[in-house]
Design a protein around this ligand. Structure first.
Ligand SMILES: Nc1ncnc2c1ncn2[C@@H]1O[C@H](COP(=O)(O)OP(=O)(O)OP(=O)(O)O)[C@@H](O)[C@H]1O
Length: 258
């Protein structure tokens, strides 16, 4: 397991381009589920890529358990993107085995069972629905037993019941593995429902506007108590969602347990 210390001073993609991230500092404790919510273009994906070692850190630092990040991350890291990024020429089973060549077939089958894909191991990605393909990407991410899991809007553009089912699967696996999670979303309801903490980023360049513990008991249901908690948060912090596409994504969120 890993804890993260983020201390970015600034980030830009080129000297003649504006900064994408401003001063951005926060910690993520071992096993904590932290969401980043912020308007489009505030550098959320850039930050995930920096944590994953895919983007350079020019000013500031990222530490994993006090170890400075220089190059590849010094821990087992999984990254789930908006697109499932499966290998189309490999079956579901082979897509999973690709990341864990030594895993026993029963371990792969067990993981597929956990994400509701029992009996689908011989299918190719194109034979699966979009929601099923994303389940495969979640199974693949957890199969490696990651210390750190990064997710970049993994449930965007799914219909509400599918997105809700995937959130439940993610939460079940997270509770089982206690992986440290950094989750990027535009959907405030999703962030509140899943996270231990939510960081709200300001419009460009990204800095933390508010670092908020979600002190609602789990399982969290989208009920009156949940909505009142959210209303209170927004009334105490006017402008928190300024620049967001909308809170509309939240409204499409289906009711149910996770
Ligand atoms: N490889 C790149 N080269 C140059 N500019 C980039 C690159 N990647 C991202 N950017 C720019 O950096 C800014 C931040 O992008 P980023 O994708 O990190 O934001 P975001 O908060 O994740 O946005 P969204 O919520 O829309 O996904 C944007 O202006 C984007 O155009």
């Amino acid at each position: 397991m890993v804890n993260l210390n983020i201390a970015i001073e600034r980030k830009s993609y080129a000297s003649n381009m504006p900064d994408v991230l401003g001063q951005l500092g926060f910690n993520v404790a071992q096993g904590e589920f932290v969401s980043l919510v912020g308007p489009s273009g505030t550098g959320k994906s850039t930050l995930l890529n920096m944590i994953a070692g895919l983007e350079s850190i020019e000013a500031g630092s990222i530490r994993f358990n006090d170890q400075l990040l220089k190059g590849p991350p010094p821990c087992k890291l999984s990254y789930i993107f908006q697109q499932p990024r499966l290998m189309p020429w490999l079956t579901v089973f082979e897509n999973l085995r690709l990341v864990m060549p030594d895993s026993a077939p029963f371990e792969i089958e067990k993981m597929l069972d956990k994400v509701g894909l029992k009996g689908k191991s011989d299918c190719y990605p194109k034979q699966l629905s979009g929601g099923m393909q994303r389940r495969v990407s979640i199974a693949r991410a957890f199969l490696t037993r990651p210390d750190l899991l990064l997710l970049d809007e993994p449930f965007v553009s799914l219909d509400a019941p599918n997105a809700q089912r995937l959130r439940s699967i993610l939460l079940e696996l997270w509770l089982e593995h206690k992986t440290t999670v950094v989750f990027v979303t535009h959907d405030l309801n999703e962030a509140i429902q899943l996270s231990d903490r939510v960081l709200f980023l300001s419009s460009s360049p990204g800095t933390v506007l508010l670092d908020k513990d979600i002190d609602l008991p789990r399982p969290r249901i989208d009920d009156v108590h949940f909505q009142n908690w959210k209303k209170h948060l927004l009334s105490q912090n006017p402008g928190l969602l300024e620049g967001q596409v909308s809170d509309v994504a939240s409204e499409s969120f289906s009711r149910g347990f996770i």
